[in-house]
Design a protein around this ligand. Structure first.
Ligand SMILES: Cc1cc2nc3c(=O)[nH]c(=O)nc-3n(C[C@H](O)[C@H](O)[C@H](O)COP(=O)(O)OP(=O)(O)OC[C@H]3O[C@@H](n4cnc5c(N)ncnc54)[C@H](O)[C@@H]3O)c2cc1C
Length: 451
């Protein structure tokens, strides 16, 4: 049996490795237009800020490593045609001197084509010094350009924009982050929690402009200024971190059904064409809270979907669960994370919710080095927890993961408030901050019922 995978990102390579884990004989070919494979795009901002020494360090494997596992990787090759009637695809292969067209047949095709950066339709995005951050190759270019320049404007205050802005600030540039919406990290945090992160970033020397879209980028060959709302900002470089768009052209060509944003798949990661699977940033997933289709552009989602697709292709049965989009990030010393729905998103979807909050410490009050921790928990009126956001200078990820489990298992705030957590003063408070937030939610629900 022959499996061809388009894309060597987290989703494509996870599918390839997992197929090999369960089956030694399947012929596996991965085709990618990139020259680097198996690197972590998530780490690009951390190379800029110097936490990771160099881009080479974030490349975890080379094509030769996969060949040892009998997985054939074709790099610098772009698939441009898929025929699901003939079970064949065509790709351009650049052998260093010329482009040649090659054809490949498959029994199963896996589309793991990821996403591209979305660039708003404004003047000036073609100028030298304007970058969209997505691949390691762009990472190299951003670093090289930043080393010779002083003023950067980062457009978009989502995770990627903020992490990149901090990286450039650590390189010594003056950095302004601009965001069209009135808050940063709008997808994962409510405004009150986002303002804690914004305050931290401003204290670290980053300027943040909210509530204004980018209007234009000005320059003669290279970028000189960026117009944000009424403001004209000096800029030697502009990073466009303005969202992503799933790459669905090949799936459409193959006749796969497309949803509102991306490729539609069932819980087996199978598209509407039975021998074509799709995984990663190019697919739509099911939101566990709202019950609607959504996107989950996360490395963790891509890897988990690759495992599911692989199991189904080799004949084992596996299902991908609806997502809670658990995320965590670290900017400077500050960690922040979220899982499930924000209050804003729940209300937008017509849900009635209450929130429980706590502001506490990460260790006993008297123990040196205790840090402030902020927790916000979102619950329905019957007490079911549907979301949580946490900000602190340590131990955010493990609490987000605990909350992910609690939400997935439909735990209520009163059940969580009664849970047994570990305690020792150098590592925790006697009552954990998430228990305190759950207690606050219970108290608010009780008060609401009395009204
Ligand atoms: C700067 C940055 C920071 C991030 N930080 C985090 C984080 O902290 N945590 C987290 O969970 N996620 C993070 N992400 C998101 C995460 O990296 C992505 O969700 C994940 O990489 C998606 O994997 P994928 O395989 O679906 O897509 P991609 O990694 O985009 O891979 C798609 C592949 O398909 C190839 N391809 C597409 N079309 C063709 C074609 N026609 N022919 C040949 N090849 C093709 C591309 O070249 C590419 O190799 C971050 C992303 C970025 C950019």
């Amino acid at each position: 049996m022959k499996v061809v995978i388009i894309g060597s990102g987290a989703a494509g390579l996870s599918t390839a490795s997992n197929i090999r884990k369960y089956d030694e004989d399947i012929e596996i070919t991965v085709i990618t237009r990139e020259s680097f494979i198996a690197y972590s795009p998530c780490a690009i901002p951390y190379v800029l800020c110097g936490k990771v020494d160099c881009f080479e360090d974030i490349v975890m494997h080379k094509p030769e490593d996969y060949l040892e596992k009998n997985i054939n990787i074709v790099i610098n090759a772009e698939v441009f045609e898929v025929s699901s009637r003939e079970n064949k695809l065509k790709y351009n292969f650049n052998n260093g001197y010329l482009k040649v067209v090659k054809e490949l047949s498959y029994d199963y095709l896996v589309i793991a084509s990821g996403a591209t950066s979305f660039i708003p339709p404004i003047e000036g995005t073609h100028l030298n010094g304007v970058f969209k951050i997505r691949t390691i190759e762009v990472g190299f270019k951003i670093k090289e350009w930043a080393e010779k320049n002083h003023n950067a404007v980062v457009v978009g205050a989502g995770l990627i924009g903020l992490e990149t802005a901090y990286g450039l600030k650590e390189m010594g540039l003056n950095v302004i982050v601009t965001e069209m919406l009135p808050q940063i990290i709008p997808r994962s945090l409510d405004p009150d929690m986002a303002s804690i992160v914004r305050q931290y970033m401003e204290n670290e020397g980053l300027q943040v402009i909210l509530g204004n879209p980018i209007e234009e980028i000005i320059g003669d060959k290279r970028v000189e200024k960026a117009i944000i709302g009424e403001e004209v900002l000096n800029a030697d470089m502009v990073i466009m971190a303005t969202g992503i768009r799933p790459q669905i052209k090949l799936a459409k060509m193959a006749g796969c059904d497309i949803g509102r944003w991306a490729i539609l798949v069932n819980e087996k990661m199978q598209t509407s064409v039975p021998n074509i699977y799709a995984v990663g940033d190019c697919v739509e997933v099911y939101d566990a809270i709202t019950g609607q289709n959504t996107q989950s552009p996360l490395g963790t989602t891509a890897v988990r979907q690759g495992k599911i697709a692989a199991k189904n292709i080799v004949g084992m049965s596996a299902e991908f669960r609806p997502v809670l989009n658990a995320m965590v990030s670290k900017i400077g010393q500050l960690e922040f994370g979220a899982v499930g729905s924000t209050k804003s998103w729940a209300v937008h979807n017509g849900m009635e919710v209450i929130t429980g909050k706590s502001k506490a410490l990460t260790k006993a009050r008297y123990y040196p080095g205790a840090k402030t921790i902020d927790v916000k928990m979102i619950c329905t009126l019957n007490g079911r927890i549907i979301g949580c956001q946490i900000i602190a200078e340590e131990r955010v990820a493990e609490r987000i993961d605990t909350m992910s489990l609690a939400i997935a298992k439909d735990v209520t705030c009163s059940e969580l408030a009664a849970m047994e957590f570990s305690y020792a003063h150098p590592v925790s408070m006697v009552i954990d901050p998430i228990i305190l937030a759950a207690e606050d939610a219970c108290w608010k629900l009780k008060r609401l019922k009395k009204m």
